[in-house]
Design a protein around this ligand. Structure first.
Ligand code: DC
Length: 220
């Protein structure tokens, strides 16, 4: 069985960065499942679909014309790496992610990322729903304040406008939507290792996850 390490947690918890560094250290593939929801949201907005039109959005999700290149994501051949990081797209992604038909439409695509020698999967339901047989499950959190500060810095660094108070409000709303939805809500998988990174650097978080991995998988 191809080994999988899942990293789930709320928005802006640092999951994405930790997951990509851990994948690099292990030489594993990386699944950024949030990007798939963001790509679906971008496609839906561009197609002018209502964000509660489950069937139409699920049909879009099933046939996403997406290609993952080294450090770019192409949607119908167009680079969208930066476009999908905008807050408006993140919010729309959180809305369509509550629709069970959309989640079901993305399952196969997510499973297709499982390739030798292994996969690091980042998201909300990687350990609970998509890869329940994962070798190691990590649930990464950080205080809402720490996460808002990180997201603020990310946006400013990318040249996007950002407002701290609006970000805090947005994060809280998105947390509530991701945690309270009926379909695959955000919660730690059974047996998940919890990591609160509020006062940790990226390097410390990566080292902790790798340490757990080596213990669990018996490699050093
Ligand atoms: O991790 P992110 O911020 O890129 O994710 C964007 C949205 O997609 C998030 O608000 C919830 C949703 N999502 C999800 O429901 N399940 C996943 N596995 C990943 C993301």
């Amino acid at each position: 069985m191809i080994p999988v390490l899942t990293i789930d947690g709320p928005t802006a918890s640092g999951k994405g960065t930790v997951a990509s560094r851990v994948a690099e250290a292990l030489g594993f593939a990386l699944l950024d499942s949030g990007a798939l929801y963001r790509l679906t949201a971008l496609s839906a907005l561009e197609a002018k679909l209502a964000l509660d039109d489950a069937n139409a959005i699920a049909a879009l999700a099933r046939a996403l014309p997406v290609q993952f290149a080294a450090d770019q994501i192409l949607l119908a051949g167009r680079p969208v790496q930066d476009a999908i990081r905008q807050e408006a797209i993140g919010n729309a992604a959180s809305k369509i992610a509550a629709l069970p038909a959309v989640r079901a439409a993305l399952v196969e695509l997510q499973h297709s990322f499982r390739k030798t020698p292994g996969l690091v999967a980042d998201g909300r339901d990687m350990g609970t729903v998509i890869f329940p047989d994962a070798t190691l499950k990590v649930f990464l959190t950080a205080s809402v304040q720490a996460r808002a500060e990180r997201r603020y810095k990310q946006l400013i660094d990318k040249g996007f406008p950002a407002n701290m108070l609006a970000l805090l409000q947005d994060l809280k709303e998105r947390d509530a939507r991701d945690t309270e939805r009926a379909a695959a809500p955000l919660k730690p998988a059974e047996g998940a290792h919890l990591l609160d990174t509020s006062d940790m650097t990226i390097e410390q978080s990566v080292a902790q996850v790798l340490d757990w991995w080596h213990h669990r998988s018996g490699t050093q």
